[in-house]
Design a protein around this ligand. Sequence first.
Ligand code: BES
Ligand code: ZN
Length: 635
Amino acid sequence: MRLFAIAALILAAACTPAGQQQAPAEAGMERTVAPILTTEQARDHHSFARPEVARVTHVALDLATDFEARRIGGTATLDIEAADGATEIVLDSKGLEIQSIATADGATLQWALGQGDEIRGQPLTVAIGEARRIVVTYRSAPDAPALQWLTPEQTLGKRHPYLFSQGQAILNRSWIPTQDSPGIRQTWEARVTAPEPIKVVMSAENLAPEGEPAGEGRRAYRFRMAQPVAPYLIAIAAGDIAFRELGPRTGVWTEPAMLDAAARELGDTERMVEAAEALYGPYRWGRYDMIVLPPSFPFGGMENPMLTFLTPTMIAGDRSLVSLIAHELAHSWSGNLVTNAAWADFWLNEGFTTYFENRIMEALYGEKRAAQERALGWEDLQEEAGQLAPAMTRLHLDLTGQDPDAGMNQIAYEKGATFLRTLEQTVGRERWDAYLRSWFDRHAFQPATSEMFLADLRANLLSAEEAERIGLERWVYEPGIPENAVRPDPNAFADVDRAVTAYAAGGSAAELGWQQWTTAERLRFLNALPRQLPRERLEALDRRFGLSEAGNAEVLFAWLRLAIGNRYDPALPAAERFLTQMGRRKFVAPLFEALVAQGDWGRPAAERIYDRARPGYHAVTQGTVDRIMGRGADA
Ligand code: BES
Ligand code: ZN
């Protein structure tokens, strides 16, 4: 009978028409925090979980940080919903050291770590019997890829160690024993202790910002996430950090020495939240705080709910790089509220967010700046599309057997955003905005797939004729950039493009309007210059505009790429400084690629710099650069 119930459940799921949002699986389930989609597109090839049999609904962590051993450990209490007759639950694990698993009453449960692989880790199967709450006692491995443990020397203050996590895409299984799949939403809570004066923050409501005495010179911090979230969004940071309020709902954490600069740079955040709400509906997460991390943070930003994680390289002194904030904030709708069910549909997170980001930028800073940023994105897209295998230029990807990282490129971001701009242009902004807002409302706190989105467009936005004209399937399932793509305004950089032409024809650096240009314009200039330039010309640019000393990380990066491509040795010390002082993968990887591409000239420098820089990089950046340098396992 019980087996039959499971079969019926699976059958019912299989019969649901493709693209239809599914009702919560009622049969056999007690209470559902968010429905699991069971369509083929929603199947997560990067998790071992079998949520149709048993799924986690709530995680309660009680953990202690150990900075000496570089481990976090304690208990994870999991609430489970299971189909009738289910006897086991499968969790994800990567290097977790499991001590025991028991029921809430303390009765021992049998468990086993099964056959896994390098990418996904191992399935952790627990024989739950009748238990619907289990307690996993465990600790993370010292090399858990989600965690970076920094020595005091790697921080700004130099006195205390630091810890931060990065869960996306499939790394959280290295410190939390749960079902690590974006389609299996979970509410969660945590209590975490750390030695004084270390403070702990997490991507949730902060219930004791100052901490509570926990004995032995330690303090305990407590958190609660009452909304069901994808587990990759559980995040932690711990260090000598301080908080500054920015607005009624916004604030920033960072090391004390960075607090003034961070607060100044992020001063527009409250207005951004207001602009975002005016566009696509209420901000549903309470507070929007941010933390500016040490420079080894491997990304520009990470949209951890209620607490965006940020690279310090976004601090330019003039708010010129705050589109990053608009981006991470936009994820509060696209990604955190409506979430890609599997990483094959990563574009549903990033393409929507890149679109939304630009609308926030337009609302705050005007159409000109927004248009320029779109034009830069389009250039990135052209460059990346030209380098990728055609199959990887689809929006919906087949990532079976691959690291989800393989799909994390400009296609998801910029082709995705261009698709949405093309939809906007077809129906007009008014209809489009009303529709997009309704998409977020109707799918709030739920996973989504490409086919759901396309079916929803047909049901709620487009006429048959419009759908046909746009070519929805072609956009999502075919390689390349369709002909009808909305292109950026060719005049977005009219002044700079004229300057590039004049300069390329032999004009002098003295005639350039560099000092009046915005950051976007400077980037356009550096990226549009002929890739090969005589040494004297590079020298003149460097001297006149102080490029090797640029305080703006994006400008410095664009300059170093140009300089390295020309074997311009005076820029090498600046490259070495940059590469050893921060570990943001977007900057680090292309610069090592550029050096390696210069053979005899660049390879030795790359080796020497990487030897010095590698220990300071996060595992994510190390992995990427190891591949570029031909080091490591699959080199
Ligand atoms: N969610 C991403 C970061 C991410 C993607 C982490 C994939 C792990 C796997 C974040 O929102 C993001 O896109 N960050 C960008 C900045 C953005 C302005 C394009 C980054 O880090 O560069
Ligand atoms: Zn993003």
